[in-house]
Design a protein around this ligand. Structure first.
Ligand code: KG4
Ligand code: ZN
Length: 390
């Protein structure tokens, strides 16, 4: 909904009063920028890895529709994501998914007032697909476009739930590529407290799954197998918990798992029950390690609220462990519904909406940044006409 329009021709801008709003229809030359305080209907596009996610978020009415196509079946034969196949599949699925969410919400392309897409971190070809579609649509419709940080999307996903966390809070980001503890004072106000010095937690789950003969992606499969495991058969180390600090390391745990698997094989004991026992011991070690570090982070910052986000935050044992720990500290833990823990378009639509609404937007350049530290993002209330990358 645009009451006042600004036109940009080359780099000059001028303000148009309401009666001249019709000029905004000259799309090639005039790019409207909506008022910071106004409501906006945002299309969110996620294509950073192996899921094509699209969502429609209204800053007043909330999430209107979302759709996801997972490429898991396509990559499963290769035991992991094949980047070129991922990009090609995003090309096939993205526009039909955009039409699908618009139809679900009873809207059409002309109702859109902004587009948010994942600009990184991620696979560069896959990111380029989302960025190209977002910029092409934005240009055709004459609406602002913004490249969003994928991990900020994850971090803010719990805001889509009924009881969203208030700032400040400590966030544990646990995905396939990241394990980070962050102090969050507001959108774009991130202080990195600790991170993995090697493998990410999700990566450790995926590698353990391979050792146990389970398919990609391993996290949910290891978790399901662990439910059949017997407590106390194996005890795995809790890496880096015996020294101060908030960094993580999961590569030693991976080696420990490999040695345990090889010992069981050597002793002809690598049966379904032993696999389940190993899965349980591994999962318990990851959960304990993450819980110990989260408790430290809460104590160190004095925060009472803990947010967990990213694919591994869907893990039930992790949620239970953190619920128990935060309850002891009179605190609370917040997380998104499972489908919004893993990659999805809703988190990108939400994060993008907050920033687009405050006047942040890309220039003409499509932004795709394979590696992008989240603490370099600007605060949400700092309007930028050239996107979020310095
Ligand atoms: O956030 P995400 O969907 O993608 C990245 O940004 O990386 O996270 C995917 C990761 C994978 O490593 C997957 O195995 C893990 O999250 N994961 C889980 C569970 N669900 C997904 N790990 C443990 N337990 C789960 N239930
Ligand atoms: Zn992700």
């Amino acid at each position: 909904m645009i009451a006042v329009g600004y036109v940009q021709v080359n780099d000059c801008s001028m303000k148009l009063p309401e009666p001249f709003g019709f000029l905004l229809k000259c799309r090639q030359f005039l790019i409207p920028i909506s008022d910071a305080a106004q409501t906006m209907l945002i299309l969110g596009i996620e294509t950073s890895c192996d899921e094509t996610g699209v969502a429609l978020y209204d800053t007043e009415q909330g999430l209107l529709a979302h759709a996801l196509f997972s490429q898991i079946a396509m990559h499963a034969d290769y035991g992991g994501v094949v980047p070129e196949l991922a990009s090609r599949d995003h090309v096939r699925k993205l526009l039909p998914l955009c039409d699908q969410v618009l139809a679900k919400a009873g809207r059409d392309r002309n109702d859109l007032e902004g587009i948010a897409y994942t600009a990184g971190p991620g696979l560069v070809g896959a990111l380029m697909v989302g960025g190209s579609v977002a910029h092409a649509l934005g240009f055709a419709l004459g609406i602002p476009v913004l490249g969003v940080h994928h991990m900020e999307g994850h971090l803010l996903a719990p805001m889509l739930e009924d009881n969203p966390p208030a700032f400040p809070f400590v966030a544990l980001l646990v995905s396939g590529g990241h394990t980070q503890l962050v102090r969050v004072d507001g959108i774009g106000q991130y202080q990195m407290l600790g991170e993995s010095v090697d493998d990410a937690a999700g990566e450790a789950f995926d590698k353990t799954a391979k050792m146990l003969g389970l398919d990609y992606p391993g996290g949910p499969r290891v978790a399901a197998l662990a439910e059949k495991g017997r407590e106390g058969i194996y005890r795995f180390p809790r890496p880096m918990t015996d020294r101060p600090g908030l960094d993580f390391s999961f590569s030693g745990l991976k080696t420990f798992t490999l040695n345990t698997v090889n010992d069981a094989k050597d002793n002809d004991a690598f049966d379904e029950q032993v696999k389940a026992d190993i899965a349980l011991a591994f999962e318990a070690a990851v959960v304990d390690t993450l819980t110990i570090k989260c408790r430290r982070a809460l104590e160190q910052t004095g925060c009472k609220r803990l947010v967990i986000a990213g694919g591994v935050s869907a893990n039930k044992r992790l949620r239970a462990g953190l619920e128990k720990m935060t309850a002891k500290l009179n605190g609370s833990v917040f997380y998104a519904r499972p489908e919004f823990c893993t990659d999805n378009g809703a988190m990108i639509a939400y994060a993008g909406a907050q920033r687009l609404q405050s006047g942040q937007r890309d220039g003409e350049r499509i932004v795709s940044v394979p590696r992008w530290p989240m603490n370099t993002l600007p605060p949400v209330n700092e309007p930028r006409a050239n996107g979020l990358v310095d």
